[in-house]
Design a protein around this ligand. Structure first.
Ligand code: FES
Ligand code: FE
Length: 449
């Protein structure tokens, strides 16, 4: 079924205008939940959060609570957190370890591989009627583990996760890999959860590559809250990006990133002068990484958004963010902070402090962003405001294909990543087939030309 909304009029990326309705209307919110969040691959958690058999972490997919857990045999599952009897949440904790999920309502119980095990008074009340094998917890049909991260889709026909990712993987790898370039090896050192009275797409769009909003962080830049804590010099982060070409890259699947393509001879920029152990660690990692990755080490990821609602900070403060829609005007933000699992305690500790002063509900930088998103939402809900679209005309057409890295690459600040994102968003809402959603159709057309 396709939506009745006039999406093409509301999302006009040729002209560079997008209706405010998609940020405030309950109808769009409903359509997103039904047509986008039930199909796209979504980030649900990290394997380090469920390291042992029986470990679980309660996550979200769209508007649904899900349980990410490791069963007794060590296999990873994602289940809808809703009892098959009357729908009660079978798990009301945020995380923990268990051998059984016992429903608080009438005490049906499920093993960690989702099977219905215990049914009170089974012999007396259900014998011959209830086939327990048919009433397991509802499990996601598609699951993919990638370098410690866990992704799931409710659509059995979804393309494989790596095709869904496409070429953005080169940037995501720099988030998930060890700082010295070894593949994977990250762990979640902490998780912030908070609720913002703003539409979730403002946050996703910000991470897609909205570098234009830098003036709103002027105060933290003046104070200097970065790891090196030098006012006016390193601003919010360290200075490893100084000698490179900033690139804004978008992909047919809807992802977008802002990274830096470093000069060939780029060198380590000391950033932790006041923490000698930390400085030594990052200096060592820097050289190892360059050696190990070769040309790919020139990609320094800054921020990005994996379609639809998983964002990242690639270097500092390193981590993944998920924007869960509660309503058109309310978002639950989750921020997973990553460190190298085998880094020295001093390194983890210094990063933890930096992460907290930068990010989350009390972080000095993120507070600036939230103010913007919540007032942009609030001031777009009025009757007159809703008649006037937003402007997305920055650097129209200013990008080149696959140069110097794969994707549509702009070397000047641009809203191309956002225009591309909303084009893909519109296709989901129109119910397009997967080939169109992940750009396969477009790639075939180009190859045929
Ligand atoms: Fe779970 Fe009844 S709702 S046992
Ligand atoms: Fe910001």
């Amino acid at each position: 079924m396709t939506t009745t909304l006039p999406i093409d009029q509301m999302i006009d990326t040729d002209r560079g205008t997008i209706s405010r309705e998609i940020f405030v209307s309950p109808e769009f919110h409903r359509q997103e939940l039904e047509k986008l969040f039930t199909r796209a691959w979504l980030f649900v958690g990290h394997e380090s959060q469920i390291a042992n058999p029986g470990d679980f972490f309660v996550s979200r997919m769209g508007d649904g609570s899900v349980i990410l857990c490791r069963d007794a045999e060590g296999a990873v599952h994602v289940f809808l957190n809703s009892c098959r009897h009357r729908g009660m949440k079978v798990c009301r904790y945020e995380s923990g370890n268990t051998s059984l999920f016992v429903c608080p309502y009438h005490s049906w119980s499920y093993t960690t591989d989702g099977k219905l095990q215990g049914v009170p008074l089974y012999r007396v009340l259900y014998e011959g009627q209830l086939d327990r094998a048919e009433w397991s917890l509802i499990e996601v049909p598609r699951l993919h583990l990638y370098k410690g991260t866990v992704w799931a889709s409710w659509d059995p026909d979804a393309p494989d996760f790596m095709s869904y990712l496409g070429d953005v993987v080169d940037h995501l790898d720099q988030v998930l890999d060890c700082r010295d370039g070894r593949p994977g090896g990250s762990e979640v050192i902490g998780l912030h959860k908070w609720i913002i009275p703003a539409n979730w797409k403002f946050a996703a769009e910000n991470f897609l590559g909205d570098t234009y909003h830098n003036p709103s962080h002027r105060s933290v830049d003046m104070i200097g809250i970065g790891p090196s804590a030098r006012a006016g010099q390193s601003g919010r982060r360290d200075n490893e990006y100084n000698n490179g070409q900033h690139v804004w890259v978008s992909y047919p699947q809807g992802h977008g990133v802002h990274s830096v393509w470093m000069q060939e001879d780029f060198d380590y920029q000391p950033s932790y002068a006041q923490y000698p152990i930390v400085d030594e660690y990052f200096r060592h990692c820097f050289h190892e990484r360059k050696q190990r990755l070769g040309d790919k080490a020139r990609i320094m990821p800054f921020t990005g958004n994996l379609f639809p609602n998983t964002s990242y900070h690639g270097r500092q403060p390193r981590g993944l963010c998920v924007w869960h829609p509660h309503s058109p005007t309310e978002t639950e933000a989750w921020r997973f902070f990553l460190v190298d699992a085998d880094a020295p305690a001093e390194v983890k500790d210094a990063l933890r402090h930096f992460y907290m002063r930068y990010s989350g509900p009390a972080g000095m930088t993120e507070q600036d962003d939230m103010e913007n998103w919540l007032y942009a939402t609030k001031s777009s809900t009025g009757t007159i405001a809703r008649r006037h679209p937003f402007n997305y005309q920055q650097s129209m057409g200013a990008y080149r294909r696959n140069e110097p890295i794969p994707g549509d690459v702009s070397t000047q600040m641009t809203e191309q990543n956002a225009r591309n994102y909303y084009q893909v968003y519109a296709r989901y809402l129109k119910g397009d087939a997967w080939d169109s959603l992940i750009g396969r159709g477009e790639a075939q057309r180009q190859a045929a030309e």
